[in-house]
Design a protein around this ligand. Structure first.
Ligand SMILES: Nc1ncnc2c1ncn2[C@@H]1O[C@H](COP(=O)(O)OP(=O)(O)OP(=O)(O)O)[C@@H](O)[C@H]1O
Ligand SMILES: [Mg+2]
Length: 372
């Protein structure tokens, strides 16, 4: 069973939202509804997130990412559809039951979250536990552990204004980690950070994830960030999920021109793997003997790591499985072709109008947390 499952989720803002959902089901477009002053923020979103996965939702400003995320923890009630957490339908819970799930199982990390200026870093990290009524000694102990996980050991008694933006963001992460919630919902959590610090935070999150195995839904505008972090990536456009796949699926098989237009700026060499670009051994063929000195890599090796062997020699690189058997080879020409290969627009869905995404505008409005 998946940890989190969204089934045909809709969220419509404005008058007569249920009627708007029926119109959408009958094929009305988002623009038609907008003409009536109704905003279809999320339209028919379905997906599953397995325990321990990082599921990234990527899309432009206004595509419905935050609205979707808020339905996942019950901050917003779906107009239609359901959210299942460990098989339990959140939409069917009483307010008290929902509060209980929210306070024990789900934690949210925002882009702009407020640290209390007159409380120490430790007390700030303990805030989520304080709200939950955890006794002081216990919450400070758990907050200290979470700060250590977030790389802030030694800063416990500092004041927030003594910390850089990146470090403050880590306090937000620590606050979520301290609660022990399994499901972390992260809305543009790194978007306000400088590029280098942002990369650092991405590394830290991946590193934490290896140890803690949380289930994470991570929202971003940035496809490179999505591809670095996501076990799966859902691309949203105008309220709909237009593709849901691995980084490699999106890079190699974009669902339409819209998705394809995003991938031009992606560093293909970090997403493609040796296994995805190799020429495979024919099934049933006799095992291949690899000449001495041949470089061997695993199928998961990023293509970026093949540059070095090819800079030393023109010989193909062998791709081997766990038992050391050769499953395919990558040639220098094969590598170059894979890196040059832009998806062919002709092969894409011809019904999709040619469209280039607008510039990515980071959300500037502060997050307001409303407690139900
Ligand atoms: N409370 C609300 N009332 C009315 N419309 C809303 C409300 N919240 C969101 N919307 C609208 O729903 C659409 C989706 O908004 P949402 O905030 O989910 O997008 P987003 O993808 O998170 O954008 P951003 O990247 O800018 O944060 C937008 O058109 C927005 O104006
Ligand atoms: Mg948003």
């Amino acid at each position: 069973m998946s940890r989190l499952k969204a089934e045909h989720l809709y969220k419509v803002f404005g008058r007569r939202p249920e009627a708007a959902v029926r119109r959408l089901e009958d094929g009305a477009s988002r623009d038609e509804l907008r003409a009536d002053g109704t905003t279809a923020a999320v339209i028919d979103a379905s997906f599953e997130v397995e325990a321990g996965q990082i599921f990234v939702v990527m899309g432009l400003s206004g595509s419905g990412k935050s609205t979707l995320l808020r339905m996942l923890n019950g901050l917003l009630e779906p107009t239609s559809g359901s959210v299942l957490y460990d098989g339990r339908d959140l939409t069917g819970l009483s307010p008290a039951e929902l509060r209980d799930v929210r306070s024990h199982n789900i934690s949210m990390v925002f882009q702009h979250f407020a640290l209390f200026p007159h409380r120490s870093v430790l007390e700030n990290a303990a805030y989520g536990l304080e709200v939950r009524g955890v006794p002081r000694a216990e919450r400070l102990e758990r907050a200290a552990e979470a700060l250590e996980l977030a790389g802030l050991k030694g800063w416990e008694s500092s004041w927030p204004d003594e910390l850089s933006g990146g470090m403050q963001q880590r306090v937000g992460l620590a606050r979520a980690l301290a609660t022990d919630a399994d499901l972390l919902l992260m809305d543009e959590s790194f978007s306000a950070l400088d590029p280098l610090i942002r990369r650092d935070m991405q590394d830290q999150l991946l590193d934490l994830q290896k140890r803690l195995k949380k289930t994470i839904v991570f929202i971003t505008h940035d496809l490179n960030e999505a591809m670095r972090l996501g076990d799966r990536i859902a691309v949203m456009r105008d309220g709909r999920i237009v593709q849901n796949g691995t980084a490699e699926d999106i890079l190699v098989r974009p669902a339409n021109d819209y998705v394809a237009s995003f991938i031009q700026d992606v560093d293909r060499s970090r997403v493609l793997t040796a296994g995805s670009i190799m020429a495979e051994q024919a099934a049933g063929a006799a095992p291949v003997a690899v000449p001495d000195g041949t470089t061997t890599v695993s199928a998961e090796t990023p293509v970026a790591e093949l540059f070095s062997p090819f800079s030393r020699s023109d010989s193909p690189v062998a791709v081997t499985d766990e038992s050391g058997e050769v499953t395919g080879v990558v040639t220098r020409d094969g590598l170059l072709a894979a890196l040059a290969d832009q998806p062919d627009a002709e092969e894409q869905d011809a019904d999709q109008p040619e469209e280039v995404p607008a510039p990515l505008v980071p959300a500037s409005e502060p997050e307001v947390i409303t407690h139900a």
